[in-house]
Design a protein around this ligand. Structure first.
Ligand code: GDP
Length: 296
């Protein structure tokens, strides 16, 4: 996972791991290499700075230099810091409300919102035994609505189709009424994206949010993007009361910048991670497991 980042950090830590003694110079060198690896993985700059600062503070203290196995102590500090920036423990979804509980999906076009809507529906149906309905409010892209309808059919989720010409906000409201009539436990609302953040898009998704009052508002972000992800995350975080993040495309050759940045930028936990195109390729996000995969 996040191969480039993983290879570089592991190589750097391998050089110090087995050593019985470490000098401050060794630590400085390792920190320099880790810093470069994070920058190359396109981690947001404030996150890199903060990461290195935290590791440095602990590494030059008693904990590492005075340890009997300083190399391993340093690896542990780096691991802990990775877990910290990604959010410590796994954060699940809050579904404690009067059903149907609403989950709103927001993000840029191509981030993986529609796919993630179907994946999340499937996950909730299979793992949590919920009855799930989905609705798409992407009126500018009829193909996106059809894509969700097909996926809903594949997984057996309730799908609501509005009459053409209905406004996005109204579609969401009708979708909620439909979900209620169908006795669904959860309604997932997919929204339109744009290639870039713009005022119209933000207003549209805010209107939808106000209309259906979601318990979860998830920002969907592509792991292949690094600092761009951090920027769009910040913009969505200002416009909407986000409750979490879905990190998509963590399979393949994602560099990992988004994974390490979005928690700090939005202050919200990554709740799920997409690891493929199929509807079963969704995993709950566990910072400690992801850190272990990165550190090999
Ligand atoms: P939307 O515009 O945000 O709704 O994005 P889509 O859901 O249509 O996804 C855009 C593209 O990304 C599609 O080709 C998806 O198959 C692909 N995709 C979405 N999530 C993942 C993932 O976790 N892994 C991979 N490899 N591809 C994904």
């Amino acid at each position: 996972m996040f191969k480039g980042l993983s290879d570089r950090i592991s190589q750097s830590l391998d050089r110090v791991k087995g050593r019985g003694r470490l000098t401050e110079d060794n630590i400085r060198q390792t920190l320099r290499e880790i810093r470069m690896a994070l920058l190359e993985a396109d981690v947001a700059l404030p996150v890199v700075k903060d990461f290195i600062e935290h590791v440095r503070e602990r590494a030059v203290g008693q904990e590492v230099l005075k340890s009997l196995t300083p190399g391993q102590a340093l690896v542990k500090v780096v691991n802990d810091e990775m877990v910290r920036v990604m959010g410590e423990a796994h954060d699940g979804l809050n579904l404690h409300g009067k059903p149907p509980v609403v989950i709103l999906m927001a993000g840029l076009q191509g981030a993986g919102k529609t796919t993630s809507t179907a994946k999340l529906a499937r996950y909730l149906m299979e793992s949590e035994k919920k009855k799930v309905a989905v609705v798409s409010t992407d009126v500018r892209r009829p193909a996106a609505i059809e894509q969700l309808e097909t996926l809903a059919g594949d997984i057996g989720a309730v799908f609501y189709r509005a009459e053409s010409g209905t406004e996005p906000r109204r579609i969401a409201e009708q979708g909620l009424e439909h979900a209620r009539r169908q006795h669904a436990d959860v309604l997932i609302v997919d929204t339109a994206g744009r290639l870039h953040v713009d005022a119209d898009l933000m207003q549209e998704v805010r209107d939808i949010h106000a209309a259906v009052e979601p318990l979860e508002t998830l920002f969907v972000v592509d792991a292949m993007t690094g600092q761009d992800a951090a920027r769009s995350a910040a913009a969505f975080g200002e416009a909407l009361p986000l409750t979490g993040v879905v990190l998509t495309k963590a399979d393949g050759d994602a560099r990992g910048g988004a994974a390490l940045s979005v928690r700090q930028v939005t202050g919200k936990p990554i709740k799920f991670m997409g690891v493929g195109e199929k509807t079963d390729a969704l995993e709950p996000f566990h910072p400690d497991r992801v850190a272990s995969r990165i550190l090999g």
